[in-house]
Ligand binder design. Structure first.
Ligand code: FEO
Ligand code: CA
Ligand code: CA
Ligand code: CA
Length: 601
């Protein structure tokens, strides 16, 4: 009760204790319902989910698998309705199909997989008195985007010879999106989504002959031989021996207009190609959008894109058409972080340096702008398509898996979740630095970046670590200076979002403390800065994704429940959400206060 009252506004709830329940366990006094499950019909004509009769055709009209990032948009004139946009990052075939044989997948299974990837756009309705949130199937704005939906390529690398294939000699039209992980909402009302671990879908990089392409495939983590899902058996484009450039057509940020179900979604080449997470854009002091982006891989980089053009306000046709081009022209930068303490004081244990903080300055190194490259030996086209290689040459700082990024709508400070990096400091790998200060970093950290003059268009910034995660009893942890006997343990920060009070909410992926992942809230300013409080936990094997914290509701996407070694349909590791005898299904969950009050009030 004491902790309950002594908390920042928006975080006044009793924290959930770490646990291993096969359930979504929310803070006391809250109710919950499942809003959408994998397979729920959302388009007209789609059948109810029946695992015994699942087909690609059915799946194309149903909610996809492994819900990740979520965006909620207000619908003009419809008070109790909101439009939900959800990423479907990847498929877990062993948990989807009874008797699945990973060596011999069927064509139907592969095609169900294609249809279960991508995004869903679904109208939702609030049941006022009950607090429940439900999906509105067959709404005219509902839409599925899958691994086969046509996309338009825009920006400086559109039409590049590196993007041309036999099916698309123009290099401007790509079928589908894959591994959509993080995302963001633009101030002009579109949704961004990052294509992350796209390398896993392609076979035979070892049979590619062009040495430049071959080296790049290696840098992007493509694995030799057959792919995990064997999709190359059913569509040549997944076989790099036949279509080496198809690999270059994934790894982009995509932009979708959720209010126009007939619009063609776009792949934005000006934002570079890597294992993308995406963020909500901020505007520069003169009104140009800036997008911060992590590349979620051990020792990879943190980027930003600064648009050359100002956003036009309003919803006129002219404004909409203009704003659609904002992320096509601008400068792509990568971050270099410099510590302000002597490197001898950064000893890899997490012990704070003498100045009491892991902090310092940094610079944004320009990589390319339009058709101009700033990287020696690379054309602009190559910088956009092989962005990791450009950043290697530019001397960017190798980070501990930069995942989600979120600028505080209150202060403009930018928060970066660095999930973990168990290879930090290993032989042949990068050593610790002040921004990534722990060897064999199992629990991750959150970095707070302040642009010079608080202008996101700046090329210089200051930074400090806000949280160094783990068990508060572990001396290598740091909770923004808050007393460590009053915080929840937290490990592997992944997706982050802000509430209306300016508190940061953090979902975790891969809790290395032996308990389940969950959602946490933490004040970023005031006397409670750094007081981490756990709001909910998720079921066996699941990751907490897509958190959205509204005044009266918290939404989470429970991703890959039951994904544990050796688990299958026959040997389930979770029975969430429908209980024994039913398939475990990734689902979106809504949580609200039983008494109808504001979250954390
Ligand atoms: Fe899909 Fe970076 O997590
Ligand atoms: Ca993310
Ligand atoms: Ca320091
Ligand atoms: Ca994630």
């Amino acid at each position: 009760e004491a902790t309950h009252n002594k908390a920042a506004r928006g975080l006044r709830f009793s924290p959930v204790a770490p646990n291993t329940e096969d359930a979504v366990v929310a803070a006391e006094g809250h109710d919950q319902n499942v809003v959408l499950r994998w397979g729920d019909p959302i388009l007209r004509g789609a059948p109810a989910f029946d695992p015994a009769k699942q087909s690609a055709k059915a799946q194309a009209g149903q909610f996809g698998y492994n819900n990740d990032y979520m965006a909620v948009l207000d619908v003009p004139g419809e008070r109790d309705h909101q439009l939900l946009v959800v990423n479907h990052e990847y498929t877990d075939e062993v948990l989807m199909f009874a008797g699945y044989d990973p060596e011999n997948p069927t064509r139907e299974q592969a095609e169900i997989g294609w249809a279960a990837h991508g995004l869903s756009v679904v109208m939702t309705a609030e049941e006022r008195r009950l607090g429940r949130l439900t999906a509105v199937p067959r709404h005219h704005l509902n839409r599925r985007i899958t691994a086969t939906t046509p996309f338009e390529v825009t920006g400086p690398a559109a039409g590049s010879k590196l993007l041309r294939t036999s099916a698309d000699p123009s290099g401007k039209r790509i079928l589908g999106t894959l591994n959509n992980c993080g995302g963001g909402i633009t101030p002009w009302g579109t949704v961004l989504s990052g294509e992350e671990n796209f390398n896993q879908y392609f076979a035979n990089p070892d049979k590619v002959t062009d040495p430049t392409v071959k080296a790049a495939l290696k840098r992007y983590g493509f694995k030799d031989g057959a792919s995990e899902r064997k999709w190359e058996r059913f569509d040549d484009r997944f076989d790099l021996a036949k279509e080496p450039n198809e690999a270059h057509r994934f790894g982009w940020v995509i932009e979708v207009d959720p209010f126009d179900p007939d619009s063609t979604p776009r792949k934005l080449t000006a934002l570079g190609r890597f294992k993308h997470e995406a963020a909500e854009p901020r505007l520069t002091t003169d009104g140009r959008p800036v997008l911060y982006m992590g590349d979620d891989e051990k020792f990879d980089y943190f980027y930003k894109f600064v648009s050359a053009k100002r956003m036009m306000k309003g919803n006129s046709r002219t404004a909409r058409e203009h704003n659609r081009t904002l992320l096509d022209e601008g400068t792509l930068y990568v971050a270099k972080f410099t510590g302000d303490s002597p490197s001898a004081e950064i000893d890899g244990t997490g012990k704070l340096p003498k100045d009491g903080e892991f902090d310092g300055g940094g610079e944004w190194i320009a990589l390319a702008c339009g058709d101009r490259s700033f990287v020696a030996g690379m054309t602009a086209e190559e910088v956009y398509v092989f962005t990791r290689l450009a950043a290697d040459k530019a001397g960017a700082t190798k980070m501990d898996r930069p995942e989600d990024v979120e600028p505080s709508p209150r202060t403009g400070r930018v928060y970066i979740a660095l999930t973990n990096n168990t290879d930090r400091g290993k032989e042949g790998k990068a050593a610790v630095d002040e921004a990534n200060p722990r060897n064999a970093n199992k629990h991750g950290q959150i970095l707070e970046l302040t642009e010079r003059w608080n202008n996101p268009g700046s090329t210089r910034f200051n930074w400090r670590l806000f949280l160094v995660c783990g068990d508060p009893e572990d001396p290598s942890t740091y909770f923004g200076g808050f007393p460590k006997d009053q915080v929840s343990p937290i490990s592997c920060p992944d997706n982050i979002t802000f509430d209306a009070h300016g508190n940061l909410w953090i979902s975790t992926d891969g809790n290395a403390l032996g308990n389940h992942d969950g959602l946490f809230g933490v004040a970023t300013a005031g006397s409670r800065r750094g007081q981490v409080k756990q709001f909910l936990t998720v079921p066996n094997g699941a990751e907490t994704c897509g958190p959205i914290v509204q005044e009266r509701r918290v939404l989470v996407a429970v991703q890959h429940p039951g994904e544990l070694d050796g688990a299958s349909v026959e040997k389930p590791a979770s029975t969430w959400p429908d209980g024994p005898g039913k398939l475990t299904r990734p689902s979106v969950v809504s949580v609200w206060r039983r008494d109808g009050g504001d979250i954390g009030a």
